[in-house]
Structure formats: structure tokens, C-alpha cells
Ligand binder design. Sequence first.
Ligand code: G6P
Length: 489
Amino acid sequence: GKEQTGRHDRYDLVVVANRLPVDFSVRPGGGVDWQRSPGGLVTALEPVMQHADGAWVGWSGAPDLASDPFDADGMRLVPVTLSESEIERYYEGFSNDTLWPLYHDVVSTPAYHRQWWDAYRRVNQRFAEAAAAQAADGAVVWVHDYQLQLVPRLLRELRPDLRIGFFDHIPFPPVELFQQLPWRRQIVEGLLGADLVGFQRGGDASNFIRAVRRLTDYTTRGPIVTMDEGRGRQSGTAARHVRAGAFPISIDATRFDALARTPEVQTRAKEIRAELGDPDVVMLGVDRLDYTKGIRHRIKAYGELLGDGRIDAARTTLVQVASPSRENVGAYQELRQQVEVLVGRINGEFGELGHSAIHYLHHSYPPEEMAALYLAADVMLVTSLRDGMNLVAKEYIAARSDEQGVLVLSEFTGAADELGAGPVLINPHDIEGTKDAIVTAARMTAREQRRRMRRLRRKVIADDVAKWSHTFLGVLQAMPRRTSPHAPA
Ligand code: G6P
């Protein structure tokens, strides 16, 4: 509930993420447009916050946009302002050209710049202050993702009364890679400001614990780190414990399932197949246009199958939705070039008048259209080279109440850890293996599809995002409180 303190409301639950769930853009005339923000974090957190009476602290997506807190879609949104140079250094630079590639197995080379790090620290401080201003006494503050890894410690310094949780939506790398980072120690210390540090997979949590052991002097026991904070017994301060653990994220599966069952979406799905020229097999890829997603590997495998004749070019179509992402970052611009050249080449070679081998769509679409696309797709291709979870895979499953469709899924996703034997698993680096998997998926009998999809649906519907957030917040609330005689009143 809310607690009135003067003019301000303060909240018992405060979520802090780089982005708000809505993305603002300023029109040339000065007006403001807004759309839903991209990516898995917002997909997962939005339904959680719509059901909780909490505040969401985040950036609006536009430069220099200052606005008071406001309510939207049943959520209290608290904008944090970033200048143009902070967007360049903190967001495009340190977050998305240093941490993002480093945390995804250096599939692109991370750049290390001191000015970017300085901006990252400054902006993390601003987020910590904004969260501190929203939190009621003893509130829970839940900090999200790689853009804000210093916030837990900064926030604890401002507000030792809070319970602080952190969840990392992307992989946490092996220490052998992590230790490239010139500021590795500060990042680990930043995260250890939390009481609970959550990851997608058990492997991410153990990578983090190994980094703590390698880079700090704190003692660890299993998933627990003990922080003595240099005060010793005389001060009467008990040691503080930090727990690391796996909390695989999910979607609002019931809501997505219901959306995909609406007559509008069902009709639209049939329409899509008709518009594609009623091919025998529709394959689908849905990704932010990101080099971690293995889009080139997927298209290469598909193109070779058309060339081999193992897949009939006249009767098959691949729809690739690649939503625009981080377009000011060089590696993303290069990827776009490469993908578009590849798509052009394959369409030139295998297309006919009235039939494209690949429909490449550099747009993002609302959930209704996505649900229709999932229903229209016989084979869903998720080929990430590394991916924290991949919620597109879960959306595809949630949409298929007809228990048809095959999910081809990379081993290097968090989803593969969770979904076990239901998907056709691939190593996207292995182009031959990926081609075989695509053929297997395209030829799978309706009966076998049903057997697998049933399993997948049971899992995704049971382990939904409400369960994820309850589990995380439950573990956080159950952490023993340190009682300190010196804590400020
Ligand atoms: C991933 C990250 C999120 C991020 C999203 C979209 O899902 O885990 O933190 O918000 O991608 O990326 P963007 O840079 O547009 O916020």
C-alpha cells in the first residue's frame, strides 16, 4: 500500500529498471509520442507491476525529458532524466557496447572506455537517489539488469533500512571473461549491496559466486556471501549475508494464451498464411535485431536448405521479424547491413514473382499481431548464440492452444535449460546440425507436435511470471534482517 508523507506518496515496493515500460519520443513540433518499450524485461515486469501497488523508476527513452511521476496502465511511473551525452556513454556505450557483449560470451568485442564508466557511475547514482525518494521505510526495492549493477550498493548507503533485491535478466559470464572488465571489482561490490541477487540459470549464479571468490575477500558458502563490512564485533553489527540464486523468468502465459484464442487473432493468423501465398511450411523468427540472436546463422542454414533442395523453395517461407534496436551502436549497424545483404541474396536467388523465400520485417508489432504470427508459424526458430532466457520461445508456446507447431531452440538460451525435451535443441554454430533440426521440425507429424507442445504448455503455463516474482520476492522477504544498533532511525 501507499503511505502518505507530505506531498509525496512513498511505496512499499519500488522497481528500478533502465527503461520505463513506455518509451517516449519527442516530435519535431515538441509534442510527445509514446509506445511500449522493447525487450524481455518489460514483457515480464509489466504484468507484475500492474498487479502490485508499487512504483517503477526508469528512463523514458528520450534525451533530456524531465517529467513528474505519473500514472499509466495502473502503474506509478517515475521518470529519470538522461542527457544526450549520458545516453551515449552510459546507455549506448557502457551498457550496450561494453557490458552487453562481455556478458554474452564476447560474441562481439566489448569496448572499454573510462569516460563511459564515469557516466555509468553517475547515472547509477541518479537511479539510486530516485529509488530512495520513492521507497517507504523498510520497503522492498527491486533493481533490474546490467545497466544498474551499482545501484544496490549506492542505495544501501542512502537507505540501510531497505530490503534490496537485484535481478540480472541477461547471462552472467564466466569469471575468465568477466575479469577483462577494468571495473570488475566495483561491479561485484555494487551487486553485493543487495540482499538477494537473482539470475536466470544456476550457471549464472555460480559464475557470480566464482567472481566474488576470485575478486573479493568475502567468504562464501554455497550461494551465500558473508560481508563483514570491516566493522567487526565491537560495533555490535552482525555480519550481512547476500544470497545468489536462479529464478528463471517467464511471461504472463494465461494472458497471452487468452489473447491468441480471440477470434480477431485467430482470423488474422489465417489471413497471414493467405497473404504469404498459403505455403506448406511457414517458419518464423522474432528477435530484436541483435548479434546475440544468431539471425545470420539461422538465415544461412535456411538458405543452404533451399539451395540443397532439402526444403522446397516454392512451398516454404521464412518470416523474420527483426525489431529495430540500439541503432546508434556500431555493432548493431554492422549486423543490420550483414542481415540485409544476406536476405537480399537469398531472395534474389530463390524468390519468384509473388513469392519471397524470406519476408524480412524491420519493425516491431503489437502483441495481437505477434500472437497471430505465432499461430501462423509451423516452425519457430530461436537460434541465439547466447540469451539470458528468451521470452519469444515462451510466447510461441503460450499462443499454441491448438498444440501444434515446433520450437527449434538454441542450447545457449536460459529457456533451453528449463524446457528440456519439448523443443528441438540446436547448437547454432553447427550449421549442419541446425539444418537437420529445421528439416526435422518441418516434417514432424501432427501427433509428435502435439506430444511435445502439450508438455511445453504445461510447463510455461504453470511457471508463469507471477510465480517468478512471488518466488523472488518471497525469498527476499525471508532473508534474515540484520539488526544494527547504529542504523539510522
Ligand atoms: C533486453 C535487456 C533489457 C532491455 C531490452 C531492450 O531484454 O535485458 O534490459 O531493456 O533488451 O533493449 P533496450 O536497449 O532497447 O532497452
